[in-house]
Design a binder for this molecule. Structure first.
Ligand SMILES: C[S@@+](CC[C@H](N)C(=O)[O-])C[C@H]1O[C@@H](n2cnc3c(N)ncnc32)[C@H](O)[C@@H]1O
Length: 353
C-alpha cells in the first residue's frame, strides 16, 4: 500500500486527521516518509541548504563552537550534538576548522540525531573518522558540557494549524471530499484561553500555526544544556514572535508543490516561531541572545575575511566564492529570511550575536 492509500484509508476509518498527524506520516513514516528514506538535499535532491552552498558556512559554525568551548575553559570532554545533520557537510566543515584548536578534537564526543537511513550513511562517510554516535532519542547524551547545532531542523517538524472564524479558532484537518484529500475545519473551536495571547482579536480567516514538536525538541535539549553547561545554535527560516500567517510549504524538485498531493514525496516544512523556542530555552534557565539574521551573523563571524583567504588560495574560484557569500548573506537571498537563535549557559558570550 502506498502512503497516500494508507492515509486515505485512515481518514475513512477514523475521520479527518490533524495536519500534524499528516505531516508526521509524510515526513516520518518508517518506510514511505520523506525523511525516512529519500535523498532530499543537494543539487539532485529537492532543495539546497546553506552548508551545501559553501564550506564557509560550516567552518564559521565550527569557529563559533570552538569559541564557546574556549570560554568554558576548554572542558577536556564535551558532546557536540547535531540535530538533522543532512549529508554531514556542515559538521565536516565545522570539525575541519575546529580541529585546528589545540585539544578540541581529543575532547570531542560527536553525537548525531538523524531519522533518514540514507543520510546516516552519508554522515558516516563524511564523519566516520570522528567516531560519531547516532542516538534515537534527541536528549540521550553524556554528562559532559554540550554544544548543539541545528540547521534547518526545526522547520522539518510537524505543526498544527488553526483558522479563526466568528466563534473562535478551529483546528485545520485533512479529510476526503469526493475521494480527494482536502483541508477542512474541526467543527468545535478550541478554548479561547488555549490560543496564544498575541493572536487575540484575530480576524476571520487568519491562520495560526503551532509548532508543538519544535518546542518539545527545544525543551528536551535545552534542559540538558542548562544542567551540563554549553550552548545551542539553531538556524532556520522563521519569525521572532507569535503571529498569524500561513507558512506551511511543500517543495519537490526545487519547486513548490501541493502539500496534499503526493504524501511522502515532497518536503513539507514551515517557518519556525523563534519566539516560542527562545521562551522554551529560557524556561530551563538558559540565557538567550537576541535573534540575529543569518547574514549579519556570518558577517560578524568573518565570512568576508574567510572568502578573501579562500579566493587567494584558489583564484579560479573567486567568482563562485563571492556568489556564495552573496547567497548566504544578502537580504535578497538567505540573509534576513534565515535567522539564528543562540541559547547558552549564563555568563557565556556567543560570538556573532
Ligand atoms: C532540511 S534537512 C537539513 C539538513 C542539514 N542540517 C543541512 O543544513 O543541510 C532536515 C534534516 O533533519 C532530519 N530530520 C527531519 N526530521 C527528523 C526527525 N524527526 N528526527 C531526526 N531527524 C530528522 C532530516 O533527515 C535532515 O537530515
Amino acid at each position: 500500500m502506498t502512503l497516500a492509500e494508507q492515509i486515505d484509508a485512515q481518514i475513512r476509518t477514523t475521520g479527518p486527521m490533524s495536519l500534524s498527524t499528516y505531516m508526521g506520516l509524510c515526513l516520518g513514516h518508517p518506510k514511505h516518509g520523506y525523511y525516512a528514506a529519500g535523498r532530499p538535499i543537494g543539487a539532485k535532491g529537492d532543495f539546497i541548504t546553506a552548508p551545501e552552498i559553501s564550506q564557509m558556512f560550516g567552518e564559521l559554525i565550527g569557529f563559533f563552537i570552538v569559541n564557546l568551548w574556549q570560554q568554558m575553559n576548554q572542558p577536556p570532554s564535551f558532546t557536540l550534538l547535531e540535530l538533522g545533520p543532512g549529508r554531514g557537510t556542515l559538521m565536516q566543515d565545522a570539525l575541519r576548522a575546529a580541529s585546528k584548536a589545540d585539544g578540541f578534537e581529543n575532547a570531542l564526543h560527536l553525537q548525531l540525531f538523524e531519522s533518514n537511513a540514507n543520510l546516516r550513511a552519508e554522515q558516516e562517510k563524511r564523519l566516520g573518522k570522528y567516531n560519531p554516535y547516532w542516538s534515537d532519542e534527541i536528549d540521550t547524551v553524556s554528562e559532559d558540557p554540550i554544544f548543539v547545532i541545528a540547521n534547518e531542523f526545526f522547520d522539518a517538524l510537524p505543526i498544527k494549524q488553526f483558522v479563526h472564524t466568528d466563534d473562535g479558532w478551529h483546528e485545520r484537518l485533512i479529510g476526503l471530499v469526493e475521494g480527494q484529500r482536502a483541508f477542512g475545519l474541526s467543527p468545535t473551536p478550541i478554548a479561547e484561553s488555549a490560543a496564544p495571547p498575541e493572536v487575540r482579536g484575530a480576524y476571520a480567516g487568519e491562520v495560526l500555526e503551532l509548532g508543538t514538536a519544535a518546542v518539545d525538541a527545544m525543551q528536551r535539549v535545552a534542559r540538558k544544556v542548562a544542567l551540563q553547561g554549553g550552548g545551542i545554535i539553531a538556524i532556520d527560516y522563521g519569525y521572532a514572535r507569535t503571529q498569524t500567517g500561513e507558512t506551511l510549504q511543500a517543495v519537490k524538485d526545487h519547486a513548490f508543490a501541493d502539500p496534499l498531493e503526493a504524501p511522502g514525496e515532497a518536503d513539507l516544512s514551515s517557518h519556525v516561531n523563534f519566539g516560542v523556542l527562545a521562551a522554551a530555552a529560557k524556561a530551563t534557565g538558559l540565557a538567550v541572545a537576541p535573534l540575529t539574521d543569518q547574514g549579519e551573523l556570518l558577517l560578524r563571524l568573518g565570512i568576508g575575511e574567510r572568502a578573501k583567504a579562500l579566493a587567494r588560495a584558489n583564484p579560479a574560484e573567486a567568482a563562485n566564492i563571492a556568489r556564495a557569500v552573496e547567497r548566504l548573506t544578502s537580504p535578497a537571498q538567505m540573509g534576513t529570511l534565515f535567522k539564528a537563535l543562540c541559547a547558552h549557559s549564563p555568563g557565556l558570550k556567543p560570538a556573532g550575536f
